[in-house]
Design a protein around this ligand. Structure first.
Ligand code: PRP
Length: 206
């Protein structure tokens, strides 16, 4: 039985392909895919989708495995098996804003792509905030006055720096993760197990 994998397009895609190659997989067909969204190799079938959709394909059983950022898993909490962290896609969730916004004495408005993560973070702190959901370029919000601060992922810190923002508080470290469809893990164990072991070494599969 062939294994199917849902892969996040973009930054993580490149890092995952390099990682696969370092583990001895033939990634030639994946690198030469052009604009194709579904590619078959001798060892597996790969689909290329947005990070937010990876877990959907895995949850619905279209793909056995998925590679997705922990930020998305934390936000959407999909019904999948979270198998293990992968050694790339490293960044962190942070609360950030203008340096002068660190001190505040009123209810804050927070812009973010991650409203659930943001709500949990402030609930644990015991602070009530208003959350504004954005789809991207979140760093703009404090600059133009849409929000007092943002909750976002920070990788190199370049976007914050170039927009005059600073990290106010670190929230959580993030990596890419390997997720699996719950029943595929049992039904296709014979094909999935060797794949995971080749990917990560012995003893990962329980
Ligand atoms: C992400 C994130 C930050 C940026 C952080 O955005 O939302 O804006 O990367 O990276 P850095 O610390 O290395 O600068 P992405 O590039 O995914 O685009 P988006 O703003 O459209 O979400």
């Amino acid at each position: 039985m062939t294994i199917s994998i849902a892969l996040t397009k973009g930054r993580v895609e490149k890092q995952f392909l390099q990682y696969l190659q370092s583990r001895g997989f033939d990634v030639g067909p994946l690198i030469e895919k052009g604009r194709k969204l579904l590619v078959e190799t001798d060892e597996f079938t790969c689909i290329f989708v947005k990070g937010w959709d990876v877990a959907t394909y895995v949850e619905y059983g279209i793909c056995d495995l998925g590679i997705v950022g922990e930020d998305i898993l934390a936000e959407t909490r999909p019904d999948v098996f979270d198998l293990m962290p992968l050694p790339f896609g490293k960044c962190r969730f942070a609360l950030a804003g203008k340096p002068e916004s660190i001190r505040h004495n009123r209810k804050r408005r927070i812009a973010t792509k991650y409203p659930n993560v943001t709500q949990r973070f402030f609930r644990e702190k015991g602070e009530s905030v208003d959350i504004v959901k954005l789809e991207g370029s979140v760093e703009l919000a404090p600059i133009v006055g849409l929000a007092d601060a943002i909750v976002d992922i920070v990788e190199t810190g370049t976007t914050l720096k170039e927009n005059g923002l600073v990290v106010i508080e670190e929230i959580q470290l993030i990596t890419a993760r390997l997720i699996a469809n719950r029943s595929a893990l049992k039904i296709k164990k014979q094909s999935i197990q060797p794949f995971i072991e080749k990917l990560h070494g012995e003893g990962v599969y329980k």
